[in-house]
Write a protein that binds this ligand. Sequence first.
Ligand code: ADP
Length: 172
Amino acid sequence: MRSERIEIVQGDITQMAVDAIVNAANSTLLGGGGVDGAIHRAAGPELLEECRGLGGCPTGQARITQGYRLAACHVIHTVGPVWRGGGRGEEQLLADCYRNCLRLAEQNGVKTIAFPSISTGAYRFPIERACRIALREVRAFLAASKVVEKAYFICFSAADLLAYQNAAAEGA
Ligand code: ADP
């Protein structure tokens, strides 16, 4: 059953036609590199305008906006932890990101959601640890949710795809 509600794919999250895509933003919510830059470029300047009004977002929390020129209706912006060796609550904060995104999705009637690999780019969270946390949190939330029906993990690289597939196969 669970495999139908979670799909791991390689691709570009800006192209996903889902109710909401998740942005791995920084705490200013004013745009950055990586997936954040790609989402802002694809959504257009209206996204930055709306983000300006949000006043930032603390690490582990999430905020929702419209999707503007994206195929997705909404963008859920979350701020992942910067990896500093693992002793500063990074794993808990990453779990908070996934949970808070899903709570916000549920509150906004989002049925389909796509996640990038939060924190594993510029923020250097080790992918093998991060994808296990991602899979665990999303699986647990979907099992209890009557609103969110399906989650996609969008892996940008083949190496990330393999890490997610291995973690999923191990039941992580
Ligand atoms: P963070 O600062 O949270 O680490 P990054 O954007 O640097 O965020 O990286 C997060 C992940 O998003 C990385 O795995 C990166 O390869 C990936 N990524 C970058 N662009 C895209 C995209 N267009 N679609 C999906 N994932 C992307």
